[in-house]
Structure formats: C-alpha cells, structure tokens
Unconditional design. Structure first.
Length: 89
C-alpha cells in the first residue's frame, strides 16, 4: 500500500533565492517517491487538536533528509494498489 508523509523540500528559484518548505510526499510501497505537492503544507485545520497534530507531523519532517527540488527521482505510481494509507510513517 502506498503512503505519504511530510518532508522538507529545498527549492532554488531562477532569481537564485532558495526557500525551504514542508510538502506532502507520496510513496509507493517500495519507498520510491512518485509525487509531492506543488505547494507547501496548508496549516488550516478544523480544530486546535487537528492543527497541533498537523504541526507535529511537520516538525517530524525536520528529522528526515531534505529533498532538493529538481533532483528528486520520481517513479511511476504503482496503480496495482487499492488505497493510500493516510498518516505519518
């Protein structure tokens, strides 16, 4: 089953400005990356508890290796799978 988590993505723009953001990254069951969100994580939640949980997920991303935009090797989505596991791993 595929899964997702939050990761820090480093992006350098044509202006040479470099920014870091937290993105949702999507994996196949063999841990290969098939996508990540174009935009940074949205910090809008339905409750304070949900926002706290989301922020904790974002903080966990700081302990993982940084992904460099433009250098990530994307693979095809393994569409033999039925569902995506929603949550942090």
């Amino acid at each position: 089953m595929s899964y997702w988590n939050h990761r820090v993505v480093k992006k350098t723009y044509p202006s040479k400005e470099t920014l870091f953001s937290v993105r949702e990254v999507y994996y196949n069951d063999d841990d290969t990356i098939y996508a990540y969100t174009e935009n940074p994580a949205n910090l809008e939640c339905e409750s304070i508890e949900a926002l706290k949980e989301y922020l904790l997920w974002c903080l966990k991303s700081l302990d993982k290796p940084i992904l460099i935009d433009g250098e990530v090797k994307f693979v095809d989505y393994n569409n033999d799978e039925i569902a995506i596991s929603w949550g942090e791993t």
